[in-house]
Design a protein around this ligand. Structure first.
Ligand SMILES: NC(=O)c1ccc[n+]([C@@H]2O[C@H](COP(=O)([O-])OP(=O)(O)OC[C@H]3O[C@@H](n4cnc5c(N)ncnc54)[C@H](OP(=O)(O)O)[C@@H]3O)[C@@H](O)[C@H]2O)c1
Length: 235
């Protein structure tokens, strides 16, 4: 692997915003690893990208399964020996139209397991690859729902809490990392995907474009921030 080619991993890369992130990173010259928990869906997405002459690889990664994450980190270490960009994109929106205390607690638990603990464990497993080189760019795909002001309105409790905690994790880790390792959270806006639904005004392509500047920021770039379309969002 040439030292000049940067390696990037996108979780939940088989569809939606994640698929576009993979595509655009590959178009920018990254060696991209498309992470998917379902090998069949992952290979289908890889096939589509290869038909456009994009050089992408597959890794199986289920973010609410620590053994799966550990195996993915081992595979990437063996095959590439490094990771410069990590995009924690995989996420779930499981809320039904219920107040937090009225919902089945398993909805909150599953949402936290994926959107918060999943990201935590992925970072924990991949950070040694970044620390080895003293370089890394981590992007956590969050949501405007994760802003503290959103907690003053009822509804969407599980998802809001998961992204609120994710934003907190982003800021805390930014304070703890050393060297040229940067971690930021980003709200992609309301995006037409399986999660966002067909009425959403933004395309996955637009969302990916609004996220990827954080993958190439220099040492003077932001760390521990929360952004939408390049502008800081009020926490
Ligand atoms: N769409 C929006 O309007 C919007 C707004 C704000 C923030 N976001 C955030 O943007 C990110 C991407 O959303 P999207 O709209 O592209 O959603 P999506 O179309 O529902 O895609 C979600 C992706 O996450 C994967 N995933 C879910 N749970 C996983 C797990 N446990 N392990 C591994 N992969 C898992 C899915 O894999 P499978 O295909 O196997 O299910 C899929 O690839 C999410 O973090 C979401 O919260 C979206």
């Amino acid at each position: 692997m040439s030292k000049d080619i940067k390696v990037a991993l996108v979780t939940g890369g088989n569809r939606g915003i994640g698929y576009e992130l993979v595509k655009q990173l590959a178009l920018k010259g990254f060696k991209v690893i498309l992470g998917s928990r379902d090998p069949e869906k992952g290979h289908k997405a890889i096939q589509q990208l290869r038909e456009s002459n994009l050089d992408v690889s597959f890794v199986s990664i289920e973010v609410d399964n620590q053994e799966s994450i550990r195996q993915a980190a081992d595979t990437i270490n063996e095959n590439f020996g490094k990771l410069e960009v990590l995009i924690n994109n995989a996420g779930v929106y499981l809320d039904e139209n219920k107040k937090l205390v009225a919902m089945n607690p398993s909805i909150l638990e599953k949402t936290m397991a994926t959107n918060f603990f999943g990201v935590f464990h992925v970072i924990r497993s991949f950070i040694p690859l970044m620390e080895k080189q003293g370089y890394g760019r981590i992007i956590n795909v969050s949501s405007e729902y994760g802003a503290i002001s959103e907690l003053s309105h009822p509804g969407v409790g599980a998802y809001k809490l998961s992204k609120f905690a994710l934003n907190g994790l982003t800021r805390l880790l930014a304070a703890e990392f050393h060297g040229d390792i940067k971690i930021n959270a980003v709200d992609p806006g309301w995006v037409s995907s399986d999660m966002g639904g067909p009425s959403a005004p933004r395309t996955p392509k637009q969302a990916a474009e609004s996220i990827l500047w954080l993958a190439t920021i220099g040492p003077e770039g932001p760390n521990g921030g929360f952004f939408n379309d390049g502008k800081p969002i009020d926490w």
